[in-house]
Design a protein. Structure first.
Length: 232
């Protein structure tokens, strides 16, 4: 079809294009009014100090394979045995995948996209939510579960200071960040949504016009054939 034919079809079926624009507006209003999300990535360190008095020292046991496996067992219990969601990059944030409410609990994976490699007994708790209060409450609940399971899984070994595996929160990971799109980003998103509505609406208008015109021509052809048969 030529550009003139396409334009004529859209003008004849303007209501299809109008419907597409209305749908885009309805979908775009919540996006513009969205107040953003709150997110945090809290790190819980599993350590076995023994005689060492410094939890952040290199020999705090966080690189021990047994303690790493123990941290993995705690993460599995906190997740109720559900598999942990993974991305190609382990540091990819949940909100980067479009998630507005969700939780990630797992060990940091240094192996990349195709392999897994757990080198540190650290448990990451990443939370995204609509309000700071909900994120903070969810983190508090999950940290409580981590502490309880870490103690329960050690059994009587928890009473031995030399064998006890302690849990400590990395202080710098306690912040809760507010993520919100800028005005320019919102304007770009609205423009992209509007352009998509025009393209889709125009395409639907042309397809509908072609279908209706083909049906109309087919009906006229049948009427002409029937009329010719009556005359004969």
């Amino acid at each position: 079809m030529t550009l003139r034919e396409v334009s004529a079809a859209i003008l004849r079926r303007w209501y299809v294009l109008a419907a597409a624009v209305i749908v885009a507006v309805v979908a775009g209003v919540p996006m513009v009014r969205d107040g953003g999300i709150y997110t945090t990535r809290t790190v819980v360190l599993f350590i076995n100090l023994g005689a060492n008095q410094f939890s952040l020292a290199p020999d705090n046991g966080s690189a021990n394979d047994n303690i790493i496996a123990f941290a993995g067992a705690v993460a599995n219990d906190v997740n109720n045995g559900r598999p942990v969601m993974r991305y190609a990059h382990d540091d990819a944030p949940l909100y980067g995948a479009g998630m507005r409410e969700g939780v990630f609990v797992g060990l940091p994976d240094d192996g990349g996209q195709w392999t897994t490699s757990y080198t540190r007994a650290e448990l990451e708790i990443e939370i995204v939510g609509r309000s700071r209060e909900s994120v903070e409450q969810t983190r508090r609940d999950l940290l409580g579960k981590v502490y309880v399971r870490a103690r329960q899984l050690q059994g009587f070994g928890y009473n031995d200071p030399d064998r006890r595996i302690r849990t400590e929160i990395t202080p710098l990971s306690l912040t809760i960040d507010h993520i919100e799109a800028s005005r320019s980003q919102q304007a770009i998103a609205v423009a992209a949504l509007g352009l998509a509505a025009l393209i889709v609406g125009g395409w639907l208008a042309v397809r509908l016009d072609s279908a209706l015109r083909a049906r109309h021509l087919q009906g006229r052809s049948r009427a002409h054939t029937n009329a010719s048969g009556v005359i004969q």
